[in-house]
Ligand binder design. Structure first.
Ligand code: EPU
Length: 464
């Protein structure tokens, strides 16, 4: 997909859904499906083709970044997931004009936003609401955003974000659960992160893009969505170099214009279908991917005995023989992504031998393990290390999703298992996977949704 030049467009003063299907897909009411379950009759090989949607973690950075533009932006390949709905909802509640132009295309005019405030009621729904800090600071030299609520993967402090904002000249205070940031003006600075952090790298780019002078981020994150945000900002007229390496240089510019931009395909959604194909010993062509982004996943799949064929913008995963053990250690990009750890660990549950999985990014990302044990998995946990003894097969069972990628892992387990798996709390999955049910059905999976009427918006929900 190509990015096009800026377009002149009339913006309506509210969110307009052009047809009912789009309204359904981008349902603005968070929480209506809270109690829905997936029912999976496992044991079918996945076969056929599946197309990957736009990247969640790029979208939740790029949507707030629209605030920096002095004109409307058109975003294409926007994934239909609840994190996106929430991001758009925050913009809308702040006074932006948001319009759907097609299935996955939005026109957003955020020039009508005047108050740089995101209250708790909005920020609590999504972890990535912290990107409004950087973007509002970059636009207005001040921001007041609620601390993102909850925490599913262990401690997730934002000290490196605050360190960067302070280096740029901002005063940061915590006041009644709100992060209050003020700067007379933002001045470019040299920022060295103590460790690699995606969120702080992105937030620094957002805050520094219009700061006076040069900002240099050292030990920057290199994830594909960091690069995608830099490309998006550059298409608005920013001057950012080095994204994708560990040194990013940002020369502040005076203004940024509206743009037309297509979000990259989701690396983790692609990896999830790759692993699902292998777990069911299937044969699946995964389309609309950037194979380079998938190299660490491809390498591990090949190591355990799967076949991965790479094409220009697709990959085929197939399994004909037995799968064998391997070790995994999660690392920042281009290492093996933490966001694929639960899915790959699930695959290793039925690979012959003992696999060792080390989670080095988050300190509480094994909460799915007790659910997998209910399905017959043999996994022991010691701190950040999981030891997985391969078993011949998993058995269907009722399970509950603790977080987004854990949910994807439990779906994979259900697809591979013998018997029926009933998966509760699937709203976590819907934060990051567009139409997972339909896409899996297209591959021959027996998965259906059991609607439970009466689901209401739950205050405990926090996106990843
Ligand atoms: N950390 C700090 N202080 C900070 C920032 C991070 O201690 O100021 C720690 C974190 O607690 C974590 C590590 O550093 O232990 C890395 O955190 P990072 O900032 O890289 O992660 P994040 O921005 O919170 C994003 C993704 C996550 C993904 C991680 C790592 C978004 C919205 N979220 O989180 O995505 O796991 O990077 O790649 O982009 C997911 O999609 O399922 C998901 C959890």
């Amino acid at each position: 997909m190509k990015n096009k030049g800026q377009q002149n467009t009339t913006v309506t003063p509210r969110i307009v859904y052009q047809n009912k299907e789009i309204l359904r897909r981008y349902a603005f009411c968070m929480g209506d499906n809270d109690l829905d379950k997936f029912i999976i009759k496992g044991g079918r090989r996945l076969e056929g083709e599946v197309s990957v949607s736009g990247a969640k973690n790029a979208a939740v950075a790029i949507i707030p970044a629209v605030i920096l533009a002095d004109g409307p932006c058109i975003l294409e390949n926007v994934p239909n997931i609840s994190d996106v709905s929430i991001s758009l909802r925050i913009l809308y509640e702040m006074g932006a004009q948001v319009k759907t132009l097609g299935y996955n295309t939005f026109l957003i005019d955020a020039t009508t936003i005047t108050e740089p405030i995101v209250p708790y009621e909005m920020a609590k729904h999504m972890r990535a609401s912290y990107y409004f800090l950087g973007t509002l600071l970059g636009k207005f030299n001040r921001a007041r955003v609620s601390m993102p609520g909850g925490c599913y993967l262990g401690d997730r402090p934002i000290d490196q974000h605050i360190k960067a904002f302070s280096a740029l000249g901002a005063q940061c205070n915590l006041d009644h659960g709100m992060i209050d940031i003020n700067a007379g003006s933002l001045i470019g600075a040299q920022i060295y992160f103590d460790f690699v952090t995606v969120g702080a790298t992105i937030n620094t780019m957002l805050a520094a893009v219009k700061a006076k002078g040069l900002t240099v981020i050292e030990n920057a994150a290199k994830e594909p969505h960091v690069v995608d945000l830099a490309n998006f900002l550059n298409s608005m007229g920013a001057d950012i170099m080095g994204a994708g390496t560990d040194v990013i240089k940002i020369k502040g510019v005076r203004s940024l214009k509206g743009t037309n931009y297509a979000i990259i395909p989701d690396q983790i959604e692609a990896g999830t279908y790759m692993v699902a194909a292998a777990a069911t010993r299937g044969n699946v062509l995964i389309k609309n991917v950037i194979p380079k982004h998938l190299e660490s996943i491809t390498a591990k799949l090949e190591k355990i005995g799967a076949t991965v064929e790479e094409f220009d913008d697709s990959v085929r995963v197939s399994v004909d023989g037995p799968l064998v053990r391997t070790n995994i250690k999660t690392m920042p990009h281009p290492g093996f992504p933490t966001d694929m750890q639960p899915q790959f660990s699930t695959l290793l549950c039925t690979a012959a031998g003992t696999s060792i999985v080390t989670e080095d990014i988050f300190n509480n990302r094994f909460r799915y393990v007790e659910q997998l044990r209910r399905m017959g998995a043999n996994i022991s946990i010691d701190g950040k290390v999981a030891v997985i003894e391969g078993v011949s097969y998993l058995m269907g069972a009722p399970v509950t999703v603790p977080d987004l990628r854990a949910g994807a892992a439990l779906v994979i387990a259900g697809l591979a298992a013998r018997g029926i798996t009933e998966i509760e709390d699937i709203y976590h999955i819907e934060r990051g996977y567009e139409d997972i049910e339909r896409k899996l059905q297209g591959l021959g999976a027996d998965i259906s949704r059991k609607s439970v009427p009466g689901g209401t918006s739950s205050s405990h929900k926090v996106a990843l």
